[in-house]
Design a protein around this ligand. Structure first.
Ligand code: ASP
Length: 438
């Protein structure tokens, strides 16, 4: 039988109504065997996520404030779910235990992790599935990094003993037995780890949007959803700030060759976005898969006569950046000019030093820093095969009256990145979007 691992985000488990939707989704497909829940998220825009409430409790305890009243609100979040689902199950013992453990200095990560832990218990009861505590199957090393080999062996073995199970997201165990969490949003990572250990055919990640859109809906007119995207394309887009999924959650499943399907709990009939290792086809009408961009870049512009003949020039310039702990994003260069694109924020407090070092150490004729650049990335596996994509991008920018200050195309031909003035950002995105999508 096929196996699917399904992860539900906090907004999909915020209240009893959502729990019912989640149960319908799971019961509709018997191959949805292993379930990874987040902690209850916001029920409305001014609500607070349970994880944030738990962090707050931890801070209150450190400040020697009483958590009695505040903790009751957390208890009520779970109790109302249990009540409204009509579950015959008393959670007061568990809730009391967690409160006491928090009061007895069990740590910040322990406090935060209880959101998932308690939610996992409720969900397992409601579904009639077994409960596997992540503490016993997800491991970190002494230095705090995730222990993939040990986890995969122990978790894989454990999963084989269960037909169906709920494994709470976000946390695992340190070698000394204390609880450690992944970074925020880390239930996505747990989902991927479980998918790998279960040798799953598919990792479904259920959230509150129907997959990835081709671009930012706040800036573009009705961007359509992306049906299929490769891991590589997704990396390119998320580097530019498009996020639905925790970055690190990709790696465990990517190497195991397990596709991820982003789905919408509130619209389960939507197919969502499939993330795959390699995709054969692409939408011939569109060529591009997605469009993203970011503001806040600067260009360090260097000119030197006969630069191209000087061996080691580039290395010496990059060494200066390295000494100043600045990472560069792009490096477009001419015959006697070199431009280094960096995040403007990384230059803070170091501008003068960098200008002086470059002038002195490589004897440049001119060194200047130009601010106010934004980058727009046009990403698509279709670009490898379709001719004229770059021409269409430049034409679109030209027709919109935008001056292109930088061009960068990776040798994978998967993306073309252009740099334009920040005030042209929205205009450029729309122009390219209209050219390829509308
Ligand atoms: N509950 C955790 C958070 O809010 C983890 C997650 O939701 O994935 O970050």
């Amino acid at each position: 039988m096929q196996t699917k691992v399904v992860k539900f985000g906090g907004s999909s488990l915020a209240d009893a109504k959502h729990f019912k939707q989640v149960a319908d989704i799971i019961h509709a497909d018997p191959t949805r065997r292993f379930v990874v829940p987040s902690a209850p998220g916001k029920r409305h825009s001014s609500d607070t996520k349970v994880t944030d409430m738990l962090y707050r409790c931890y801070e209150m305890i450190r400040n020697h404030e009483s958590i009695d009243e505040y903790y009751q609100q957390i208890e009520e979040r779970y109790n109302s779910i249990i009540r409204e689902l009509g579950l015959n199950f008393d959670m007061s013992g568990e809730l009391e235990y967690v409160k006491n453990a928090m009061l007895h200095a069990s740590g910040r990560d322990y406090a935060a992790s209880r959101g998932e832990y308690l939610n996992g218990i409720v969900l397992a009861k409601y579904l009639g599935f077994d409960f596997i505590d992540a503490e016993n199957v997800i491991f970190f090393r002494e230095n705090g990094t995730f222990d993939e080999e040990k986890t995969n062996a122990v978790l894989g073995e454990e999963l084989r003993r269960h037909k169906n199970a709920v494994i709470p997201g976000f946390y695992g165990c340190m070698p000394n037995g204390t609880i450690k969490t992944f970074s925020r949003g880390g239930s996505d990572i747990t989902g991927a780890i479980v998918a790998r250990a279960a040798n799953a055919d598919l990792y479904e990640n259920w959230t509150d949007v129907s997959g990835f859109l081709m671009g930012d809906p706040r800036l573009l007119d009705n961007p359509p959803p992306i049906d299929t995207i490769t891991y590589q394309e997704l990396r390119e887009l998320s580097y530019m700030g498009a996020t639905v999924l925790h970055d690190e959650s990709i790696f465990p499943v990517r190497y195991a060759g397990i596709p991820i399907n982003i789905r919408n709990t509130n619209a389960p009939e939507d197919k969502g976005t499939m993330i795959v290792s390699a995709a054969e086809g692409y939408d011939k009408k569109r060529v591009i898969t997605g469009l993203a961009g970011k503001k806040g870049f600067s260009v360090i512009h260097i000119e030197k006569d006969r630069m191209n003949a000087e061996i080691g020039f580039g290395r010496r310039v990059l060494e200066i950046l390295e000494d100043n702990e600045i990472s560069f994003e792009h490096l477009p260069s001419g015959i006697d000019t070199m431009s280094i694109v960096v995040a403007t924020s990384s230059l803070e407090g170091r501008r003068e030093r960098i200008l002086q070092s470059i002038t002195r150490q490589v004897k440049a004729d001119l060194v200047e820093i130009l601010d106010g650049l934004c980058l727009v990335a046009v990403v698509g596996r279709g670009m490898v095969k379709a001719r004229g994509t770059a021409a269409r991008i430049f034409d679109a920018a030209y027709n919109a009256g935008v001056n292109i200050r930088m061009i960068d195309q990776g040798s994978s031909e998967l993306n073309i990145i252009i740099g334009v003035n920040e005030e042209d950002y929205e205009k450029t995105l729309s122009a390219i979007f209209n050219e390829f999508v509308k």
